[in-house]
Design a protein around this ligand. Structure first.
Ligand code: NAP
Ligand code: GDD
Length: 374
C-alpha cells in the first residue's frame, strides 16, 4: 500500500460521508469529497469541516462519468469510499430508474473512472453495500453466506453494485470490497428515515410543536447501530490484507414499535400501544420532565398506509462475527439504548433551540404526517 493517504468520498454530504470525513481527517488523510450542485444549502453536515486545509470539495455526479474521471484523475486517490446513492428504499419505488442509474450503474462508473485513470493497482475502493440485499430474508440472522433476495428497486440496484465490485476484483485484480452494512443511525440521519422521524416527532410532541406521529409498519425488525461506529469499519475494510466483503451489524434486533416507545420515554412520554395493524395506536399514559400533562390520554402515534411499501423488508438481523474476528471491530461500542438517547437528546435540544423558527421546520412534520413526504 502507498504511503500517501488521499481519500475520495462520494456522498460526502450524507450521514456517513460526514462522519467518515471526520475520521479520515483525524487519521491524517487528505480528504476529497464529491458534491452535487443544489439550489439550497445542503452541506449542513460538513459545514464544520469546510475551510480545513486537508478537506477539499469537487463537483461531480454519479450519473456523469466524465465528472468522475476528471475528479479521480485530479485527486489521484489512494482510497475511494463510494457512499453516494439514492438511499431511501421507499423513494426507490417512486424513482426506480434514477435509483438504478446511481446505485447500480454509478458503481460501475466509479470503477471505470479508476481504470481510465490507470489507478486500478494503487487505489482501494469501498462500496457502500447494504443489508437490504437479504430483503425477503432466507435465514436469520444474516451473515456473509446468507443468500440474497432483494425486495425493492433500491435493493436490486445495490445488488448490481455488489456483484460488479466482486467482478472487478476478480477480473482486474482490483482491491475493491463491499461492506454489507445493516441500518445505522445518528443525530445526522435524514429526517425521513424511520428512526430520525420518530426522534424528531417525540421531541416536537413533547415540546408542543407537533400533534401526532404517523408511521407505517410497526412490526418491522431492524438491527440498528450508530453511524459513527460504522464508518470506522469502512476504513478497517480497506486496511485489511486482502479485499473481502464484510457484514457490519450489532447482532441485536428491535422493532419500529420498540424504537418508538423508547424514544418517546426519553422525551418524557410513556406510550401504550393498543389495537392491531392499521388500527394500532400509541396512547400517552404518563408524562415526566417538561412534557405537558395535557398529553395524557391523547393518541400520539397512528398507523398510516401512506408509509407502507409495496414490498417491505421486515426481518433484518446481522451476524458481525467475521468483522469482529478479522477486523477487530467492536459491534457493541454504542448500545441500542444509547443510540436512542443520543438521537432524542439531540433533537430535544434542536427543537428547543429552533424556537420561533421551529414553525418553519414543522412544515416538514406536517408533510410527513400527511404522507406527502415519505
Ligand atoms: P444519505 O445520508 O442519504 O447520503 C447519500 C449521499 O449520496 C448524499 O451525500 C447525496 O448527496 C449523495 N448522492 C445521491 N445521489 C448522488 C449522485 N447522483 N451523485 C453524487 N452524489 C449523490 O445516505 P447514508 O445514510 O449516508 O448512506 C451512505 C451509503 O450507505 C449509501 O450508499 C446508502 O445506500 C448506504 N447504506 C446506508 C445504510 C444506513 O443505514 N445509513 C445502510 C446500508 C447501506 P446530496 O446531499 O446532494 O443528496
Ligand atoms: N421511512 C419510514 N417511515 N419507514 C417506516 C415508517 C415510516 O413512517 N414506518 C415504518 N417504517 C419501517 C419501514 O417499512 C422499514 O421496514 C423500516 O421501518 C426501516 O425503514 P427506514 O428507516 O426507511 O430504513 P430502511 O431499512 O428501509 O433503509 C435504510 O437501511 C438500509 C440498510 O438496511 C436505508 O439507510 C438504506 O439506504 C439502507 O441500505
Amino acid at each position: 500500500m502507498e504511503n500517501r493517504k488521499v481519500a475520495l468520498i462520494t456522498g460526502v454530504t450524507g450521514q456517513d460521508g460526514s462522519y467518515l470525513s471526520e475520521l479520515l481527517l483525524e487519521k491524517g488523510y487528505d480528504v476529497h469529497g464529491v458534491i452535487r450542485r443544489s439550489s439550497v444549502d445542503y452541506r449542513e453536515r460538513i459545514a464544520h469541516l469546510e475551510g480545513q486545509p486537508n478537506f477539499h470539495l469537487h463537483y461531480g455526479d454519479l450519473g456523469d462519468s466524465m465528472s468522475l474521471v476528471k475528479v479521480v484523475g485530479k485527486v489521484q486517490p489512494t482510497e475511494i469510499y463510494n457512499l453516494a446513492a439514492q438511499s431511501h428504499v421507499q423513494v426507490s419505488f417512486d424513482s426506480p430508474e434514477f435509483t438504478a442509474d446511481i446505485d447500480a450503474t454509478g458503481v460501475l462508473r466509479v470503477l471505470e473512472a479508476v481504470r481510465a485513470c490507470h489507478l486500478e493497482k494503487t487505489c482501494r475502493i469501498y462500496q457502500a453495500s447494504t443489508s437490504e440485499l437479504y430483503g425477503k430474508v432466507e435465514e436469520v440472522p444474516q451473515n456473509e453466506n446468507t443468500p440474497f433476495h432483494p425486495y425493492s428497486p433500491y435493493a436490486v440496484a445495490k445488488l448490481y453494485g455488489f456483484w460488479i465490485i466482486k467482478e472487478y476484483r476478480e477480473a482486474y485484480d482490483m482491491f475493491c470490497c463491499s461492506g454489507i452494512l445493516f441500518n445505522h443511525e445518528s443525530e445526522r440521519r435524514g429526517e425521513t428515515f424511520v428512526t430520525r422521524k420518530i426522534t424528531l416527532a417525540a421531541a416536537r410532541i413533547a415540546q408542543g410543536r407537533q400533534d401526532k406521529l404517523f408511521l407505517g409498519n410497526l412490526d418491522s425488525l431492524r438491527d440498528w447501530g450508530y453511524a459513527k461506529d460504522y464508518v470506522e469499519c469502512m476504513w478497517l475494510i480497506l486496511q485489511n490484507d486482502k479485499p473481502e466483503d464484510f457484514v457490519i451489524a450489532t447482532g441485536e434486533q428491535h422493532s419500529v414499535r420498540q424504537f418508538t416507545e423508547l424514544a418517546f420515554r426519553r422525551a418524557g412520554i410513556e406510550l401504550k400501544f393498543e389495537g392491531e395493524g392499521i388500527h394500532e395506536k400509541g396512547i400517552c399514559v404518563a408524562v415526566s420532565g417538561s412534557a405537558s400533562a395535557d398529553l395524557v390520554g391523547k393518541t400520539l402515534v397512528e398507523v398510516s398506509e401512506d408509509f407502507y411499501r409495496p414490498t417491505d423488508v421486515v426481518n433484518l438481523w446481522g451476524d458481525p462475527t467475521k468483522a469482529k474476528a478479522k477486523l477487530g471491530w467492536n459491534p457493541s461500542k454504542t448500545s441500542f439504548e444509547q443510540l436512542v438517547q443520543i438521537m432524542v437528546d439531540h433533537d430535544m435540544a434542536k427543537v428547543a433551540a429552533e424556537g420561533a423558527a421551529a414553525k418553519v421546520r414543522t412544515n416538514l412534520a406536517e408533510y410527513l404526517e400527511k404522507g406527502i413526504v415519505k
